[in-house]
Design a protein around this ligand. Structure first.
Ligand SMILES: [Zn+2]
Length: 267
């Protein structure tokens, strides 16, 4: 069970957990509380809401999504508030709602090569069978970005795209200087990174004057120096793949990025 941590004056964070639960944040303003991503199921979101109520006495009135992947949005209905999403995320929420999420449906998509066995296993574990999935549609839709005033805190939402998902958006919380990244820095569901999408994204991310960086599936909140180091490893790996140069000593991150840029190159 995830523990809620107050990472700055206004921002509470629940770290990721099994099977595929992502980081969730709540920004508690004087007037309104906003949730950043909704969680993987009503159970996950319920745990988050209970912990938030206990820690801050706040109840969120809205949620804004980083992207439409199931693990970030299936808990949306449980929040019982306004759903704010990029136009393309909003379209995909409608599509997700029409999908057959039964065991049979999941297995059919795995057999057809449309979903990975791991994806099906995660959904089954998060939402025991027989499952009913209610995907809340978007109430507020933005294109490039949006500013949300909560009273004493402002959340700037910006669409950033990237290899992981073209609909990816990030949220910058001021004055706390928290940047909520979702999965935008990660590789595609097929395991690929490309210079064309990753490099402009890196510039955008580093353009925010943030002090705390919250990634979708990272166990800890990162500092600016840690994010710069991570992006440095990606640049190094991309360069090595492009030049075809041998890399002698490599850590786990670099090895992963080398594989992803190789996959991106041969795409
Ligand atoms: Zn994702």
């Amino acid at each position: 069970m995830g523990v809620l941590t107050r990472i700055s004056e206004r921002v509470y964070w629940m770290p990721p957990g099994p099977p595929d639960r992502p980081s969730l944040c709540a920004v508690v303003g004087d007037r309104r509380t906003l949730t950043l991503d909704a969680g993987s199921s009503s159970a996950h979101t319920g745990e988050f809401l209970d912990a938030l109520l206990a820690e801050s006495a706040a109840r969120p009135s809205a949620v804004v999504y980083t992207h439409s992947h199931w693990d970030h949005v299936f808990g949306g209905a449980e929040l019982n508030g306004q759903v704010i999403a990029h136009a393309s995320t909003a379209e995909q929420l409608i599509e997700l709602a029409a999908v057959d999420w039964s065991d049979e449906g999941l297995e059919r998509r795995v057999a057809a090569g449309l979903a990975s066995p791991q994806h099906a296993a995660h959904v089954k574990q998060e939402l025991p069978s027989p499952r009913s999935v209610e995907v809340a549609p978007a109430d507020v839709v933005f294109q490039d970005g949006l500013e949300i005033q909560l009273g004493g805190a402002t959340v700037r939402v910006r669409h950033v795209g990237g290899d992981h998902s073209a609909d990816s958006s990030v949220m910058f919380v001021e004055p706390d200087r928290v940047l909520f990244l979702g999965d935008c820095l990660y590789d595609s569901p097929g395991g690929a990174l490309t210079a064309d999408l990753a490099f402009p994204l890196h510039e955008t991310i580093l353009g925010f004057d943030a002090a705390f960086y919250v990634e979708g599936h990272n166990e800890s909140v990162s500092s600016r120096a840690e994010i710069e180091s991570l992006i440095g490893k990606m640049r190094f790996a991309e360069n090595a793949v492009r030049e075809g140069s041998a890399v002698m000593e490599q850590d786990e991150d670099t090895e992963h990025f080398l594989q992803a840029f190789r996959a991106g190159q041969s795409r």
